[in-house]
Design a binder for this molecule. Structure first.
Ligand code: BGC
Length: 778
């Protein structure tokens, strides 16, 4: 049975009111039972009230429905490319299709909620779970998550957006506090969650293991109530990451709806006791139960027992997704695609070509329905047109030996081309620990160098879930980043190498030249239970831009077998109010010989930022397919938030009046087109004036400026601001002396907190007068 798309993607009010009514019929024991899971993967059923049990499984890039005891065996399911690969497609439609397929497999396996996607930022390329996360950029991660969630939920299966929030290292992940400032939290670590919640309403959000500024994420009122529900309007339920509950009473009071896995009577009795002693107000528990129940009821209604899915079709989709995600990083002299027919001898070097690494380890590990290998697929696609030689080159752990290297050199010598497969073995990259280095195994590096010494035409194909260094990059002619491409990744690699698919992926994360260049070096991972985010806003390309560091390959970079030309960047207006939107149009043309797809990227740069701001930030993108010679116009829309920064004094988004550059191009370091727009500020972008505001803040404030001179004069040092008439009465020498003195007085007064005026004015300016002014400027 094919499941039709249904318009409802989030429980409408009738589930909410049905849930509320049911809560009225539940006993305290039943409520306490429901909010802690039934074992590892289910919620409790309450037969008396016909409340069904729902089943949750991982996620994110395939179904991992655990079977039997333990956690190592799961039902066969399509293993799609992992998140770092999928995000490199920059293709929302494609990810939506993957979401639909994941939902079909969930329905077929009686799974109601899929535990994904993961939208945590890649603070360091060493993060052990980076392969499971989408990007270092909040907008890209957020938009890809929206596509995923909408895809899954359009077929009646819920998602769980994870790991909320600021979960960026694996080292001591259950006990470490991520310590960061408010602006960094809002500008970098929350927006991907915010975009996903506002635009796609996931049925659930998973609260992370870590603490945020000392408060466990599962007990965090700021994150769970004030931000998630009150500001973003989240309507689903919050589930703890598996084992993340610390104090369940605090959790319930903060708005945690479900503890997973269940802790049986352990927490149930505490909850019952907590209500009895008044530690949990009964209405708080009722709300927590009702939000969970609303999703349970919807999940039941939208479940389609007896659904089947087309295994071959899903495998084909996995291949397509991997092909779209692959990033061509180098292609000197157009070594790729291989010209089948002309290329007579191909040396395939590296054991990953026969035993590919295609997914990561940990809770996301899928039991694939089949696995394609690059070697087999190449043999099949090349047929009798070329001879394919092979050498393993290294062991499973990535070590090598003279004999393995010699064998590889023999096979590569005299071949028309050598394809060297390398990457990170399982033991280098997994949930549960961080990477200790950015390097490939020494054996892989040695192999690549040795083969390049005797073979001029080397293409390296990499299989890894996150950035790696490439000391041999200048010695090889082509580099293909194939990521952890899922079960059909081998086929996708063959598609790209032979030109059946024109690569169109672009890096969803920066590839630094060396570990020492990375933003959180040398403080990653945070140890001693504290992870201090000293680099603040500056992660990923924001950091490399600010420090003017040239990365190995920049964010957003990727080549194609064709070429694209950008032109005619136009804005709908040269100046807008911050309450308006501007439309940006650009033309992109395929100037090469083959059809291809380009990821068009738009970044915004504030010309004279008052606060430290990233040099530029990604604000829009689109993937466009073009036939040779074809040209298309792409339009983007920018509004308030695209120019705004998070203002910690008003705890809200604010725009500084002024000029912003709109930069459009093919990667974060190749933005050929620029237009400038002026933004006029109409909404109050000014901090609220308080007794601690400085005199200069009064001068800048639309209401405060009326009182500025009065405050300055009350200070008793005269008026140091330029008074042309007075200066004209003085000799040039006297005027110069006065100007110099005024300059220092002005600097002194500008920074003065206004409450100090009362103290300096010797009684002429009173506390009452200040209170009156403060009232008037609100
Ligand atoms: C992981 C989650 C996962 C959960 C259930 C946890 O250890 O952090 O991502 O969904 O286990 O397997």
């Amino acid at each position: 049975m094919i499941i039709p798309e249904s318009s409802a993607t989030q429980h409408p009010t009738d589930y909410a009111s049905k849930a509320k009514a049911l809560v009225g019929e539940m006993t305290l024991e039943e409520k306490a039972l429901l909010i802690s899971g039934d074992g590892w993967w289910r919620t409790h059923a309450i037969d008396r009230l016909q409340i069904p049990s729902v089943c949750m499984t991982d996620g994110p890039h395939g179904l991992r429905k655990v079977e039997g005891g333990g956690l190592s065996t799961s039902v066969p399911a399509t293993c799609f490319p992992t998140a770092s690969a999928l995000a490199s497609s920059w293709d929302a439609d494609l990810i939506h299709q993957v979401g639909v397929a994941l939902a079909e497999e969930s329905q077929a396996n009686d799974v109601q909620i899929l535990l994904g996607p993961g939208v945590n930022m890649k603070r360091s390329p060493l993060g052990g779970r980076n392969f499971e996360y989408l990007s270092e950029d909040p907008l890209l991660a957020g938009k890809m998550a929206v596509a995923y969630i909408k895809g899954v939920q359009s077929r009646g299966v819920g998602t769980s957006l994870k790991h909320y929030a600021v979960n960026n290292q694996e080292f001591e992940r259950m006990t470490t506090s991520s310590n960061l400032d408010e602006r960094t939290l809002h500008e970098i670590y929350l927006p991907a969650f915010e975009i996903a919640v506002r635009e796609a309403q996931p049925w659930s959000v998973m609260a992370a293991y870590n603490l945020v500024n000392g408060v466990p994420a599962t007990e965090n009122i700021l994150l769970l109530q004030k931000i998630l529900r009150a500001q973003w309007g989240f309507r689903g339920f919050v589930v703890s990451d598996w084992g993340a509950v610390n104090d369940h009473i605090n959790g319930v009071n903060a708005g945690l709806n479900l503890e997973m896995p269940g802790s049986a009577a352990y927490h149930r009795s505490r909850i019952i006791e907590g209500v009895g002693t008044g530690q949990i107000p009964p209405q708080v528990l009722d709300e927590v139960v009702a939000s969970l129940l609303a999703v349970v009821l919807e999940a039941k209604d939208r479940h389609r027992p007896g659904t089947t899915f087309d295994l071959a079709q899903h495998d084909a989709l996995a291949r397509k997704a991997a092909g779209e995600s692959l990033v061509l990083l180098k292609n000197e002299g157009k070594l790729l695609p291989l010209e089948i027919g002309k290329t007579k001898t191909i040396a395939v070097i590296g054991a990953f070509s026969k035993i590919p690494r295609y997914q990561g380890a940990g809770s996301s590990q899928v039991n694939p329905t089949r696995v394609s290998t690059p070697y087999d697929e190449l043999v099949r696609m090349v047929g009798n047109d070329a001879v394919i030689r092979y050498a393993a080159g290294y062991t499973e752990e990535g070590t090598t030996a003279d004999q393995l290297v010699d064998e590889a050199r023999q096979q590569a010598k005299g071949a028309d081309v050598a394809l060297v497969f390398a990457g990170l073995p399982d033991s280098y990259e997994s949930e549960g620990f961080d990477r200790s280095s950015l390097d490939l195994p020494a054996g892989h590096n040695r192999l690549i160098e040795a083969v390049s010494d005797i073979q001029p035409n080397v293409a390296v194909v990499l299989m890894n879930g996150s950035a790696v260094t490439m000391p041999w990059a200048n010695k090889v002619r082509a580099i293909v980043e194939a990521w952890l491409g899922g079960q059909a990744g081998g086929g996708a690699v063959a598609d790209v190498l032979t030109g059946k698919v024109n690569p169109s992926g672009k890096l969803s994360e920066t590839f630094p030249a060396r570990l020492e260049d990375t933003p959180s070096f040398p403080d990653f991972p945070g140890r001693s239970k504290e992870a201090n985010y000293g680099e603040g806003l500056f992660i990923g390309y924001r950091y490399y831009d600010a420090r003017k560091i040239t990365p190995l390959f920049p964010f957003g970079f990727g080549l194609s077998y064709t070429a694209f030309a950008y032109s005619d960047l136009r804005l709908s207006a040269p100046m807008i109010k911050d309450t308006d939107a501007v439309t940006v149009e650009v033309r992109v043309k395929n100037t090469g010989q083959v059809a291809g797809k380009e990821v068009v990227q738009l970044y915004v740069h504030e010309q004279r930022a008052k606060l430290a701001r990233p040099e530029k930030e990604l604000k829009a993108f689109a993937k466009v397919a073009l036939q040779p010679g074809e040209e298309k116009a792409i339009t983007f829309r920018l509004e308030h938030r695209d120019f705004a920064f998070y203002d910690v004094s008003s705890h809200d988004w604010s725009v500084n009046a002024g000029k912003f550059d709109i930069l459009v191009g093919a990667s974060s370091r190749n933005l050929a087109l620029k237009q400038t727009i002026e933004v006029e500020v109409t909404r109050s972008a000014y901090p609220r004036l308080t007794r601690h505001s400085q005199l200069k803040e009064f001068a800048d404030h639309p209401k405060g400026k009326a009182f500025h001179l009065q405050l300055v004069e009350a200070f008793g040092l005269g008026n140091p601001y330029e008074q042309t008439e007075e200066l004209a009465k003085l000799t040039p020498e006297e005027a110069a002396t006065k100007r110099k003195a005024d300059m220092a007085v002005k600097a002194f007064l500008d920074d003065m907190p206004v409450y100090k005026v009362c103290r300096f004015s010797e009684g002429s300016f009173t506390e009452e007068m200040l209170e009156e002014i403060l009232k008037q400027v609100q």
